[in-house]
Design a binder for this molecule. Structure first.
Ligand code: UDP
Length: 239
């Protein structure tokens, strides 16, 4: 699949864990900076970039509720965790000279802009990277759903999901099964039927119903994000 030329505006989704390096928790600034350079390389190609970063390196709602915390409160804590990650990424991006806006689904005007669709579009047109923080602003959702929602709202041509330790979608867990096979392309319906762990089901349905392709690629290959946009390297296209 040739991904070149087709992309003018994209969504990059990474999990919170992508920012923690080998630490097992929290933020690892050199890792955040490495990812910022990956983003800069694509920004330098003239591509307009939206980002959503998860919060799993700090807090996950489901973990909190499993430990007896009220679910919606735990989810709000998860959303706040994504704001910290977004600010760390903003700082790293500005450190490499990329203008950035953090746009939060939960208003906190001292820290981030509120989400106003037309304003976000304007930032993109001015080549500012928009980092959408605080998920969808609603409990019971994930940052995968947030990435899909904002990608639709911003008219992104695709979601690029950067993964660590895996270069696409496999028929079974490649870390556990030596004979696991990677798909070059797969449909959203197959992903749902086979219950493949790509995104949660609501995010997949939202992407499928709006014909938004998803490209799952390895984030730990240096220059990986740029290569994928040039149609090089290994990845899986879900559509
Ligand atoms: N979350 C939420 N609503 C959203 C997005 C996120 O409630 O729209 C909460 C949820 O508790 C989730 C946490 O924020 O567990 C962190 O997001 P996620 O698990 O998607 O992060 P990732 O796994 O990508 O690091």
């Amino acid at each position: 699949t040739d991904t070149r030329a087709t992309f003018k505006r994209v969504m990059l989704k990474i999990s919170g864990e992508a920012l923690m390096g080998d630490q097992g928790y929290g933020l690892h600034p050199p890792t955040v900076e490495r990812i910022a350079r990956e983003v800069k390389a694509v920004h330098d190609m003239g591509v307009e970039i939206c980002m959503v970063i998860g919060g799993g390196n700090v807090f996950r709602g489901l973990q909190g509720s499993a430990q007896g915390m009220e679910r919606t409160t735990a989810d709000y804590m998860g959303m706040l965790a994504t704001v910290m990650n977004a600010l760390a990424m903003q700082s790293a991006l500005e450190g490499v000279g990329v203008f950035t806006r953090v746009i939060s689904a939960i208003t906190m005007n001292e820290v981030a802009e509120p989400y106003i669709r037309r304003r976000a579009v304007r930032h993109l047109e001015k080549k500012r990277v928009c980092i959408f923080a605080a998920g969808t602003g609603n409990p019971y959702f994930t940052t995968d759903t947030a990435a899909t929602l904002r990608a639709n709202e911003m008219s992104c041509e695709a979601i690029f999901m950067g993964k660590n330790g895996v270069d696409g979608v496999y028929d079974k867990d490649p870390q556990k099964h030596a004979d696991a096979v990677r798909y070059d392309t797969i449909t959203y319906d197959e992903v749902l039927q086979k219950r493949l762990a790509v995104m949660d089901a609501s995010a997949i349905a939202l992407a499928r119903d709006n014909n938004l392709p998803l490209i799952v690629f390895p984030l730990d290959t240096p220059g990986g994000f740029k290569s994928i946009l040039e149609g090089k390297g290994t990845f899986t296209r879900v559509q």
